[in-house]
Design a protein around this ligand. Structure first.
Ligand SMILES: Cc1ncc(COP(=O)(O)O)c(C=O)c1O
Length: 434
């Protein structure tokens, strides 16, 4: 495609997306700029006026400053409206829609996810969430032999860890559990995984979490997957938190098996995720026991959801329209900036550690902190309560980190830099008492 044609396509995409979100286009128009492809890479991360306009697309409770957007992501108003319309339609048409119209809409939604992720036809199946996608991959992985081993780390998600334990036990395999060093830099992380693979030659399956839910640490999954592949180790990547928080596609992850969430950072309704299996590797994942005969040689047979939230699935294209309208890279840069605002403002607090390094390759928008004196779960829960009661700031505690519990801070694109500065101020106040 010529760059003119490309720009024209981009303008058309934006035009159709504008039909669901006029507020989002205002800032560019207000700046007297034509909306072009290049705007997606212009650094607007610090433009509070721009993001204040975007924030108008989100109906957020005024009761708190919500810095806990890691559980799931608010739908923007245009996406919510589409979802409510779809819910009404599904409810009205009942099985008449589910049995006749849904099949094509499901295919279209799946095709949109595949296109956005840069996956080939037949490499994506929709799930209800990342858990269903990842547990389908882990439970279905059928390449292990007795005496081999699986490997995961303390920062991985607890339910995937549990599934890896069950998989190992079922196959007579050992479990190698790593504790990711803290603090760690980018090269240190790569060296850590290189050594772990070299020290554990029986390992055949490795779980990697792209962006961890405990501290926000970003693992260099592409580099580690390459090393693992060279050592004959398959990798399952948990991309529940990375997709949409940072601007990534399948090729940037590089693994054969990936689980995604679409209700965290893509802004889809709750109840949608996706499983990816590289086409050539489909037979490494056994079909779900409920797969129909004609689904067994198809990724569709790797998941069996039963009755699903039809309206949530068919709202996916609207969620992607909105996500694309803002621009995946703009979103990533804004989230990183919001993280940097509070992290830089607490750098002088001597008794507080920030648990992701400042190297942008090591984090997205999520970053946790820990006061030196407070490593217990109860202590971190108490800090969360004080932030809420004394400062109106909502965060969450996280456990399972080898060096102790922590408090996680997760801004969203509707948050302002001021929200993050308010957190920093609160942490200065708290630091004097801990
Ligand atoms: C790293 C990670 N993996 C998997 C999940 C599971 O996502 P869900 O509960 O939407 O299935 C989460 C949820 O927070 C997560 O943070």
């Amino acid at each position: 495609m010529t760059s003119d044609a490309h720009n024209q396509t981009r303008r058309m995409v934006l035009k159709s997306a504008a039909a669901i979100s006029t507020a989002s286009l205002l800032p560019l128009a207000a700046q007297g700029k034509e909306v072009r492809e290049s705007d997606a890479v212009m650094d607007i991360s610090k433009d509070e006026k721009y993001w204040a306009e975007i924030a108008k697309d989100f109906d957020v409770t005024p009761d708190i400053i919500n810095l806990e957007n890691g559980y799931w992501g608010l739908m923007s108003r245009p996406v919510l409206d589409t979802y409510l319309d779809h819910t009404r339609m599904v409810n009205r048409e009942n099985s008449y829609y589910a049995r006749r119209g849904f099949k094509n809409d499901f295919k279209a939604a799946t095709a949109r996810v595949a296109q956005e992720l840069g996956a080939k036809d037949g490499e994506i199946v929709l799930t209800r969430n990342a858990t269903e996608a990842l547990q389908g991959l882990i439970d279905g992985y059928d390449r292990l032999k007795p005496g081999e081993a699986v490997m995961y780390a303390d920062l991985d998600y607890y339910s995937m860890i549990a599934s890896m334990d069950v998989l190992a036990a079922k196959n007579g395999c050992d479990v190698v559990r790593l504790n990711i060093p803290e603090p760690v830099d980018y090269d240190g992380l790569i060296a850590f995984y290189r050594a772990a693979l070299a020290d554990n030659p029986k390992v055949r399956l490795l779980l990697l979490t792209h962006i961890g839910h405990r501290t926000g640490l970003q693992i260099p999954v592409k580099a580690v997957t390459k090393m693992a592949r060279a050592a004959g180790v398959d990798v399952i990547v948990d991309a529940a938190h990375s997709y949409g928080q940072i601007d990534v596609k399948i090729d940037d992850i590089g693994a054969d098996f990936i689980g995604f969430n679409l209700h965290k950072w893509i802004g889809a309704p709750i109840g949608v995720g996706a499983m990816y299996i590289r086409k050539e590797r489909l037979d490494a994942i056994a079909p779900n026991p409920s797969a129909e005969t004609d689904e067994k040689d198809n990724i569709v047979g790797r998941v069996h959801t039963g009755t699903t939230n039809f309206a949530a699935i068919i709202t996916l294209p609207a969620a992607f329209d909105y996500h694309t309208l803002i621009g995946a890279q703009n979103k990533e840069m804004r989230l990183r900036y919001l993280r940097d605002v509070w992290v830089e403002a607490v750098a002088d607090i001597k008794n507080l550690s920030v648990l992701t390094g400042n190297d942008p390759r090591l984090h997205g928008g999520i970053t946790s902190f820990r006061f030196d004196s407070t490593t217990s779960v109860a202590g971190n829960k108490a800090i969360v309560e004080r932030l809420l009661a004394d400062h109106g700031i909502f965060t969450t505690h996280r456990n399972g980190v080898s060096k102790g519990a922590c408090v996680r801070v997760t801004p969203s694109i509707y948050n302002s830099a001021d929200d993050c500065l308010r957190l920093a101020e609160a942490l200065h106040t708290l630091s004097k008492t801990l």
